[in-house]
Design a protein around this ligand. Structure first.
Ligand SMILES: [Cu+2]
Length: 151
């Protein structure tokens, strides 16, 4: 009688242990899945192109990656700005801007991140784009460039 009770106890204990192993396995699988997903997301290119006609520009304390950008009038264009600076920059906190006053464009990229604006320029012309967040702002010659809208 005593041994039977003991036996039943171990059986339930074993069941408990199996359940615990199973839930541990599920949690481990879940965590691995998330880790895998994050790794994949980190290694795959940042944000897929928001539009087919995308121009990529990066900005750092050294300036813009391109000083002249050419677009076509009447053609939908996306400007994607990426900041190469992290949030520990005292000047601007790693943010950079790409603004064109005449066209009402103002893209602000977060530290080590991207942001974009899609627009269709309708009139040809030459405009100044600039960043007014860091390094003396738009007065700094390295923090500006020319947007050429061609026919
Ligand atoms: Cu800047």
């Amino acid at each position: 009688m005593k041994s039977r009770k003991y036996k039943r106890h171990t059986k339930s204990q074993r069941k408990h242990r199996n359940l615990r192993a199973l839930s541990f396995g599920l949690i481990a699988l879940f965590v691995l899945g998330i880790a895998g997903y994050l790794l994949f997301a980190a290694l795959s290119p940042k944000t897929p192109s928001p539009a087919p006609n995308t121009i990529d520009i990066s900005a750092s304390m050294g300036g813009f990656s391109q000083n002249v950008i050419r677009v076509r009038a009447g053609e939908e264009t996306t400007i994607r700005l990426t900041s190469l600076d992290n949030q520990y920059h005292t000047d601007g906190g790693g943010q950079h801007q790409w603004a064109v006053d005449e066209l009402g464009l103002n893209v602000i990229a977060p530290p080590l991140g991207s942001n974009f604006a899609t627009f269709t320029p309708d009139t040809p012309g030459t405009f100044t784009f600039y960043c007014d967040i860091c390094c003396g702002g738009r007065a700094n010659p390295t923090m500006q460039g020319t947007l050429v809208v061609e026919i």
